[in-house]
Design a protein around this ligand. Structure first.
Ligand SMILES: Nc1ncnc2c1ncn2[C@@H]1O[C@H](COP(=O)(O)OP(=O)(O)OP(=O)(O)O)[C@@H](O)[C@H]1O
Ligand SMILES: [Mg+2]
Length: 305
């Protein structure tokens, strides 16, 4: 998915319809959707490969070129009949005037090729992360989860929509409040929430569920019970993309061998940093672990004769 921004000034109302006319003075393209998650993983100095479908149009080429500049290993299925997914925002004086979406479902054959590619890539990856934006790329998600779990790989899912049957057997699912509410209904109390999540996890054979709760932080539900992390943000500028940073950090930490509870604690710290940045931003390794470099130097000094 391409996040495209058009910036400009408005000086007049159109003679054609009562709408503002924006004189575009600058544009910006950024990797969006699953590509933003992959970019977040790479920012943490973890290796990430991205499997997805793009068209053969100008936006598809732009995604290819942005990925080439990133540290993400691209595995793109190209669908000549697909308009590459674009979310175009038109902004004037920091105000969004309009969003225009271009999207449609990829072709059946391309999705099957993607499934075969997934199975081929599986052995060379430690953690599988599915970032569901409901654009069709995850049509075969249930088969992909089955293949990954059979290969002993943890599967993390950022869900979309109310049909979670398709995520059956995943290791961890990371809904926000409204996504979870769509599936289990509105909970009446914290105890009620815990009971509903326990039922859902049992029904869908999910090892864990991490509910991200915006300014209320996040809660991890596993067989061992629930653990809560309070939100850590000192200043909040832009909350968009915080969910991407959370699941990207979880995947990187689990890939590095961290326990799920440790991974959640670090992911919560990462979210606290990213909401303090403007735009769909990433968190760098050095921001998340500022002492890591010093620790290394300390160890080096201690080891000196
Ligand atoms: N307003 C906020 N104040 C403090 N922390 C926040 C705020 N919003 C988000 N966070 C942090 O980011 C995490 C993820 O945010 P949220 O639950 O809103 O995810 P999301 O809705 O999936 O985000 P998005 O889909 O926009 O990327 C939260 O668990 C919290 O740690
Ligand atoms: Mg989200």
């Amino acid at each position: 998915m391409l996040d495209r921004y058009w910036f400009g000034d408005v000086h007049r109302i159109s003679p054609e319809a009562p709408v503002p006319v924006v004189h575009v003075s600058s544009t910006e393209d950024r990797l969006g959707g699953a590509a933003n998650v992959a970019r977040n993983i790479a920012a943490l100095n973890a290796q990430s490969g991205l499997l997805c479908v793009v068209g053969t149009d100008e936006a598809g080429e732009q995604i290819v070129s942005l990925l080439r500049d990133s540290r993400v290993q691209a595995h793109l299925e190209r669908d000549p009949s697909l308009p590459t997914t674009i979310k175009l925002r038109v902004l004037s004086r920091h105000q969004q005037l309009l969003r225009v979406d271009f999207e449609s479902a990829p072709a059946h054959e391309v999705l099957l090729a993607g499934l075969a590619r997934f199975e081929a890539l599986l052995p060379s990856h430690d953690v599988i992360l599915m970032s569901d934006y409901a654009k069709g790329g995850l049509t075969h998600v249930t088969k992909m989860i089955g293949a990954a779990r059979a290969a002993g790989k943890p599967v993390l899912i950022d869900p979309k929509g109310d049909d979670w049957e398709r995520y059956r057997g995943a290791t961890l699912i990371t809904p926000n409040r409204s996504e979870l509410q769509q599936v289990i209904g509105q909970w009446k109390s914290e105890d009620d929430l815990h009971a509903r999540v326990a039922r859902l996890r049992a029904d869908l054979e999910l090892e864990a569920l991490l509910l991200t709760r915006s300014e209320e932080g996040m809660t991890l539900f596993t067989d061992a019970g629930a653990t809560h992390e309070s939100a850590r943000a000192r200043e909040v500028y832009d909350v968009s993309g915080a969910g991407d940073t959370v699941i990207a950090t979880l995947a990187a930490m689990i890939g590095a061998g961290a326990s799920l509870t440790d991974a959640v604690s670090v992911a919560n710290r990462a979210a606290g940093i990213v909401v303090g940045k403007l735009g769909t931003a990433t968190v760098e390794f050095s921001e998340l672990f500022p002492d890591a470099l010093n620790d290394k130097q300390d160890v080096a000094q201690e080891n000196q004769p």
